[in-house]
Design a protein around this ligand. Structure first.
Ligand SMILES: Nc1ncnc2c1ncn2[C@@H]1O[C@H](COP(=O)(O)OP(=O)(O)OP(=O)(O)O)[C@@H](O)[C@H]1O
Ligand SMILES: [Mg+2]
Length: 271
């Protein structure tokens, strides 16, 4: 079966050009794939600078690989025909580390929910749109009356992040790429957000690529947790058993006259 999304020997090198001569190998020779069925949870684990966000941006087609390909249903993301691009934009959604970046401060938060409903014609009346948005907010544990009509700065980080998860519920994508979605959220809210994601996987059949910071973490089958005393960013317990891929840290950036280092970042483990 053709994979829903596949990274095939993808590498990304930044710099080395006229304006930025330093070369950084952000990702090297990374391969993995997510099928449409059955829904999976894949955890990508790596320390700071190991290329996790770069990988997420590559998988979304926000940047292009230096070598290798990212394929959506067997077609290269960089040259998707228009209709397939539209399917891709619906099928694959992103939840960012810092939800604040996604919001326009001048719009009420309703905007991030109304836009996809309009864009993908998910409702044919104002009442249907309202019902859909309310349902998606409740699905992630938010009360519509406490959330809608507010500006991003009037909500907590956890609420802002859960609205992004609600947006994913609305669109019913096949795959969600979540780049450290709870690292900037209060510890008490982490479980709620992780549970919402788990629910999307279990109840709506969505696959999830869950990108997580590793620090000096110890890993068990369902748990990715730091040793004591580590920053809170590292202490996350996943409420599911993911397939784990580990990224190791990129070599230091080099600058001329030192020749560019050979790419060394590899996917080192898959369970
Ligand atoms: N646009 C860019 N230009 C130059 N270098 C970049 C760019 N984006 C990322 N890098 C470099 O690529 C490497 C990987 O960065 P990336 O943001 O993917 O790491 P990360 O694993 O997400 O780190 P963190 O856990 O801190 O979020 C870093 O050395 C970073 O400085
Ligand atoms: Mg990152």
């Amino acid at each position: 079966m053709t994979a829903l999304l596949e990274a095939r020997q993808v590498s990304k090198v930044f710099g080395g050009g006229l304006f930025d001569k330093r070369v950084t190998v952000a990702l090297d020779d990374f391969s993995f794939s997510v099928e449409s069925e059955p829904p999976r949870v894949v955890a990508v684990v790596g320390e700071s600078g190991s290329g996790k966000t770069t990988l997420a941006r590559l998988l979304l087609g926000l940047i292009s690989p230096t070598t290798g390909n990212v394929l959506y249903r067997g077609n290269d993301l960089q040259s998707l025909p228009r209709d397939q691009r539209r399917n891709f934009l619906r099928d694959v959604q992103m939840i960012f580390q810092d939800p604040y970046e996604v919001y326009n401060p001048f719009y009420r938060v309703d905007h991030v929910l109304e836009t996809p409903v309009a864009e993908f014609k998910l409702a044919n009346s104002a009442a249907a749109r309202r019902a859909l948005i309310h349902e998606s907010l409740r699905a992630v544990g938010l009360r519509p009356e406490e959330t809608l009509g507010r500006y991003p700065h009037q909500l907590s980080g956890g609420q802002r992040q859960r609205i992004m998860v609600a947006r994913a519920v609305l669109l019913r994508p096949r795959l969600i790429i979540a780049d450290e979605p709870v690292s900037m959220v209060d510890a008490s809210l982490r479980a709620t957000i992780l549970d919402s994601l788990r629910q999307l996987n279990r109840d709506y059949g969505m696959s999830i690529v869950y990108i997580i910071h590793s620090c000096s973490s110890t890993r068990s089958r369902s748990r990715i947790r730091s040793t004591s005393g580590a920053p809170s960013r590292c202490a996350t317990t996943l409420p599911w058993t993911p397939t784990a891929l580990r990224l190791s840290k990129s070599p230091r950036a080099s600058s001329p006259p030192t020749p560019p280092q050979a790419p060394r970042l590899k996917r080192v483990a898959a369970t």
